[in-house]
Structure formats: C-alpha cells, structure tokens
Design a protein around this ligand. Structure first.
Ligand code: GAR
Length: 209
C-alpha cells in the first residue's frame, strides 16, 4: 500500500473520508500521518483518535516560510510518504516544496476548476448565476488551484442556496471524490505528464478514434 500523508487546516472531514476509505483491505493507500498548520485544527484530534501520527506546525513559531517548511520536511522524512493529500490546507506551499513532491501531491478544491479558484468559491458561484457547482481533485503545481485535474464531481445549485448550504452539498461529494482520486493515483492509474493528468488505465481512457 502507498503511504499517504494528509495536510489540513480545519475540521478534517475530507481527511476522515480518506481514513475511512483506507480501512478497506483492498484500498491501495494508507494514511500514515496528518499535518496541520494550526494547533487547534479539529482534524488533529480526530486523526489522533484513529491512532494516526498527527503534528501541528504553526507558521508563527518559525522565523520564515522556509524554516516552517523545513520543519515539515523533517517530519515528512520520518513518515516517508509516497503521496501528499492537501485537504483544506489553507496555506500556499513554496515552489521548492511543490517541486519536491511534483506528481505526488494532490489537492481538493470546492469548485469546478478552472472556475472559481481561491477563496469564497461558493458565494462566487452563486453570484455568477451558476446552476451547478462541485469539487475538483487536481495535482498541485505552482499556480494556485491550477494543476491538472484528476477528477470532479458536480451538484446542483438550488434557488435559495446560501454559500453555507451550497458548501455543505459540495462537501458530501468531496467525501466521495477524494478517496476515488487517491485510489487512482495510488494504483498508478493516473500520472502527471507534460503538465497534464494522464490516465494510464486502459478501461478509463476514451476509446481510440
Ligand atoms: C473543503 O471544502 C475543501 O475542499 C476546502 O476546505 C474545506 C475543508 O473541509 N479547501 C479549500 O478551500 C482549499 N482552497 P474539511 O477540513 O472538513 O475537509
């Protein structure tokens, strides 16, 4: 099984969806660690209760972004992950960090990228008059929320939706999509190549024409 470390900043419901999926004997990845950038991230206690080594690295405890990331690298060297999963990790990683894990680091974003990267995605989708919303799992590259897309899931936007009600609906499909996307990467059925997500799964590839 591939070793995955999950990065969180908050409640960690996506992290817990990955943990739950990894309990299945045939799941190709195990969650070997959780790293947060907030000491009070709710997900830390949930991970610890599952017996998963979990660590907080608080940015203000370090003199620089480089020093903060060096501390995270040291923890990662001990966990020796094959794959990093960003799951509501609300901090931009440096180019050095991203290059170190290029092709092995994925993120979930609560919009149908390339629409609505960045913050306040749900309100922006509502304000734009969209009738659907959704989530995206993508390889992490240096452009924020720009990396090649591995998978997406869509939900309707209903009249009367608030950012909160839409976020809750999107979150339910995030919890389904993220374990599916991690499975594809852990089984080497998708890889990043030439700046694109390439399916190496003959069954999933579009028919030749
Ligand atoms: C999720 O909706 C995730 O897609 C989003 O934060 C939430 C984290 O919830 N991520 C981003 O907005 C990244 N830009 P969780 O901690 O319960 O998984």
């Amino acid at each position: 099984r591939k070793r995955a470390v999950v990065f969180i900043s908050g409640g960690g419901s996506n992290m817990m969806a990955l943990v739950a999926a990894a309990k299945a004997a045939d799941y190709p990845a195990e969650i070997v660690g959780v790293i947060a950038d907030k000491a009070d991230a709710g997900g830390l206690a949930k991970a610890a209760a599952e017996g998963i080594p979990s660590f907080a690295f608080v940015r203000k405890d370090y003199a620089s972004k480089e020093a903060h990331e060096e501390a995270i690298f040291a923890a990662l060297d001990r966990l020796s992950p094959d794959i990093l999963c960003l799951a509501g990790y609300m901090r931009l990683l440096s180019g050095v960090f991203i290059q170190r894990y290029e092709g092995r680091m994925i993120n979930i974003h609560p919009s149908l990228l390339p629409l609505f990267p960045g913050l306040h995605t749900h309100q922006r989708a509502i304000d734009a008059g969209m009738r659907i919303a959704g989530c995206t799992v993508h390889f992490v590259t240096e452009g924020m929320d720009e990396g090649p897309v591995i998978g997406q899931a869509a939900v309707p936007i209903l009249s009367g939706d608030s950012a909160e009600s839409l976020a809750a609906r999107v979150l339910t499909v995030e919890h389904q999509l993220y374990p599916q996307a991690l499975r594809l990467l852990a089984e080497s059925k998708v890889k990043m190549e030439g700046g694109k997500a390439v399916s190496t799964d003959a069954a999933a590839a579009p028919a030749e024409r």
